[in-house]
Design a protein around this ligand. Structure first.
Ligand SMILES: Nc1ncnc2c1ncn2[C@@H]1O[C@H](COP(=O)(O)OP(=O)(O)OP(=O)(O)O)[C@@H](O)[C@H]1O
Length: 267
C-alpha cells in the first residue's frame, strides 16, 4: 500500500540555523505516529512543513500523493491540523466557527449541520458550543479545534502537542478518539513531550534530536535495540537524547533500528 504521508530528504533552515535535516519518513493509513524530541529538536518545523505552513528548502513532502508545495489545495484537502496553540475567533461561538470551517470546505448548511452535530457529540461540546469562544478555557478551545480539524473527514490528522492543557477526562477522550479513528483508517501524526501517551497510543514513534530523526520504530523495537537499558520509554528516550554525538553515528532513520542496536553494543 502506498504511503499516505512521505517526507523525502526534507530540510529547512532559519537563517544559518538548521532546524530539520535530511528527513525521510513514510506513514501509512491506519497508523498513529508520535514524534518525540527535546525543545528545539525540529518537531514543530516538521509539522509546519507537513501542513503547508512552511516550505521545505530541500526535498519534498507528499500528502495523499500530492506535493504540499506544488499541489497545496489537493494535499490540504486530505489533512486536518490541530496546532499547539488553538486559534479561534473570539467573537464567534464554537458552532459559528465550525459553520465557518464547514463553509470553507464547501459543505451546504444541511451537510454542515450533520457534520457539526457529529463533532459536537464526539468531542463533548454541547454545553458550551453556543457560547462565544472568548469565554472558553484552553481545553474547550482545544476540543473545538479538534472538532474543526475532523469535520471534513481527513485521511491524515496532524496534531502538535495534543494533550497539553487538557484535563484528564479530555486527555482520555482524545486518546480514545484518536485510536478509534486510526482503527478505521485515519493516519495520525502527532508531536508530543508526553512519553506515557506516546507509549500508550502510538503504533510507531520517531525520536528527533538537533534537526535529525535518530530513530523510527515501535517502542518494543527501541527496547530490543537497548537490552541493557531499563524498559521504560522515558529511560530509553533519555539515553538516546544523551548519547554523545549519536546524530553523527547513526544512519538515516529507515535503518535506525539496526543502527541503534549497534550503537548500544559499541563501547
Ligand atoms: N521562526 C524561527 N526563526 C528562527 N529560528 C527558529 C524559528 N522557529 C524555530 N526556530 C529554531 O529551529 C529549531 C527547531 O525549532 P522547532 O520549533 O521546530 O522545535 P520543536 O522540536 O518543535 O521544539 P519545542 O518542543 O520547544 O516546541 C530551534 O533551534 C528553534 O530555535
Amino acid at each position: 500500500m502506498a504511503a499516505i504521508v512521505e517526507f523525502k530528504a526534507v530540510g529547512r533552515n532559519y537563517g544559518a540555523k538548521r532546524a530539520v535535516d535530511d528527513l525521510n519518513l513514510e506513514l501509512r493509513t491506519g497508523e498513529l505516529f508520535a514524534l518525540l524530541g527535546h525543545n528545539g529538536a525540529g518537531k514543530t518545523t516538521t509539522i509546519k512543513m507537513l501542513v503547508g505552513l512552511l516550505r521545505p528548502q530541500d526535498g519534498a513532502v507528499l500528502v495523499g500523493g500530492y506535493d504540499i508545495v506544488e499541489a497545496t489545495r489537493e494535499a490540504v484537502s486530505v489533512l486536518g491540523y490541530v496546532p499547539d496553540q488553538p486559534y479561534l475567533y473570539d467573537k464567534l461561538s464554537g458552532r459559528e466557527f465550525l459553520e465557518f470551517i464547514a463553509g470553507m470546505y464547501g459543505y451546504d448548511a444541511r451537510q454542515a449541520k450533520v457534520l457539526i452535530d457529529r463533532e459536537v457529540g464526539r468531542f463533548g461540546l454541547a454545553s458550551f458550543v453556543d457560547d462565544l469562544c472568548e469565554s472558553y478555557s484552553h481545553g474547550m478551545k482545544q476540543r473545538t479545534v479538534f472538532a474543526a480539524a475532523m469535520l471534513h473527514n481527513p485521511q491524515v490528522l496532524v496534531v502538535d502537542e495534543p494533550m497539553v492543557g487538557l484535563d484528564p477526562q479530555s486527555i482520555r477522550l482524545v486518546k480514545d478518539l484518536l485510536r478509534e479513528e486510526v482503527s478505521k483508517g485515519l493516519c495520525v501524526f502527532m508531536s508530543t513531550h508526553t512519553l506515557a501517551a506516546a507509549e500508550e497510543i502510538a503504533d510507531r514513534i520517531g525520536v528527533m534530536r538537533q534537526s535529525k530523526l535518530l530513530f523510527t520504530g515501535t517502542v518494543d523495537e527501541l527496547r530490543q535495540a537497548h537490552p541493557d537499558r531499563q524498559p521504560s520509554l522515558e529511560s530509553l528516550y533519555l539515553h538516546l537524547m544523551n548519547t554523545e554525538d549519536s546524530s553523527s553515528e547513526v544512519p538515516p532513520a529507515g535503518d535506525s533500528h539496526a543502527a541503534l542496536g549497534e550503537d548500544a553494543k559499541s563501547p
